[in-house]
Design a binder for this molecule. Structure first.
Ligand code: KG4
Ligand code: ZN
Length: 339
């Protein structure tokens, strides 16, 4: 079964064709990072307008590079939310038009849940992760920990009570005037940092609390910089990046460790932009005794292949109970429901 997917929740316009939820036939991502760089972050209205300009071209190019036409596609999946509302509406409206015009099923997909399937795109077709699994989506907008009993079953067991982990990398890079997005820059700087130069506070230390918190770390860094009116030299900046990164990642490792002792999980899935961090992979692999699956680098950040993969599972589940996916009458949701 071939699914064409469209993703436009933030600053990437993406389309993909994926077979059976695993075999990526084509995946195109147009990043708007250069457009938003001058503002130091994503400007929602600018993002929506950029999506509008390129979405038709991206989808056509993706179909072409997958060697398929719309006739070969079994269903269309699209990000329903969460995300920037104007940006989401561009992808959804385009996908609805495509689905209605071709009388194909339209599958609304949760972007955050779909990230987890980004991690599974690295596995061979037919190779399934062991359930129950613990899944951590760690990106610029979310730090969500899920207990999963099946590919479409997501029970939220922990989340950040303030900033997301990736967001804190971005904010720390901004405080240090290192550029945007902050994650890859901080990771690179941290490689030449010296351990022990800057002690960091430990946030939400109690093991019993499966919650994350990052705004205190950012404030701690702000206060260090405030006390250094002449700024930091390059070595001190690297030391600070090292200290921040160790604590930011340490918190993820501690909470995964606590959750995997609380729940009888057989595997751990890591997804989202921060999953690209090699130090995170190193630390988690060292500390975990159960198998950990990270995404390929190209499926860490936003892409449409992950939307197609989860869309495939939703569609496959539905075939037994009749086809809800010919109902095109649904709305976008912009915010994540934590209930
Ligand atoms: O998943 P993603 O592309 O977009 C969403 O937020 O949905 O994640 C982007 C986030 C940004 O905050 C970025 O700074 C962070 O992922 N990130 C990283 C790294 N690469 C990207 N954070 C830490 N280390 C990295 N290597
Ligand atoms: Zn994302």
């Amino acid at each position: 079964m071939k699914i064409l997917a469209i993703e436009s929740s933030c600053d990437e316009t993406a389309a993909a064709v994926v077979e059976n939820g695993r075999n990526v036939l084509a995946s195109e991502v147009y990043s708007q990072i250069e457009t938003h760089k001058v503002f130091g972050g994503v400007v929602p209205e600018v993002a929506a307008r950029e999506h509008l300009k390129v979405i038709d071209g991206i989808v056509k190019e993706t179909l072409k590079s997958s060697d398929n036409s719309l006739d070969d596609i079994d269903g269309i999946a699209v990000t329903q939310g969460p995300g920037l509302i104007g940006a989401l509406l561009v992808g959804i409206t385009y996908a609805k038009g495509l689905a209605m015009g071709s009388a194909k099923p339209l599958i609304p997909v949760n972007h955050v849940h779909a990230h987890v399937h980004g991690a599974l795109l690295g596995l061979d077709e037919g190779e399934e992760p062991q359930y129950p699994a613990l899944a951590l989506v760690v990106s610029g907008g979310h730090t969500n920990l899920y207990l999963m009993n099946a590919p479409t079953n997501f029970q939220l067991v922990g989340h950040s009570i303030d900033d997301a982990c990736g967001e804190s990398f971005d904010k720390v890079a901004k405080l240090l005037q290192l550029g945007y997005p902050g994650g890859p820059i901080v990771e690179k700087m941290a490689r030449s940092g010296r351990p022990g130069a800057y002690p960091m506070p430990r946030m939400v230390e109690e093991k019993a609390r499966l919650q994350f918190s990052y705004s205190g770390l950012k404030t701690h860094i702000y206060n260090i910089l405030r006390k250094a009116p002449d700024g930091l030299d390059e070595q001190q900046q690297a030391d600070l990046c090292y200290a921040f990164q160790e604590e930011a990642l340490g918190q993820l490792v501690r909470k995964i460790d606590a959750a995997s002792s609380r729940y009888p999980v057989k595997s751990i899935l890591i997804a989202g932009g921060v999953a690209a961090n090699l130090r995170f992979k190193e630390r988690l692999t060292e500390s975990c005794s159960i198998p950990v699956q990270f995404p390929h680098l190209r499926f860490c950040s936003d892409n449409a292949a992950m939307i197609a993969a989860l869309g495939f599972h939703q569609y496959s589940c539905d075939q037994e109970n009749g086809s809800q996916f010919f109902d095109y009458d649904w709305d976008a949701f912009s915010r994540y429901d934590f209930s």
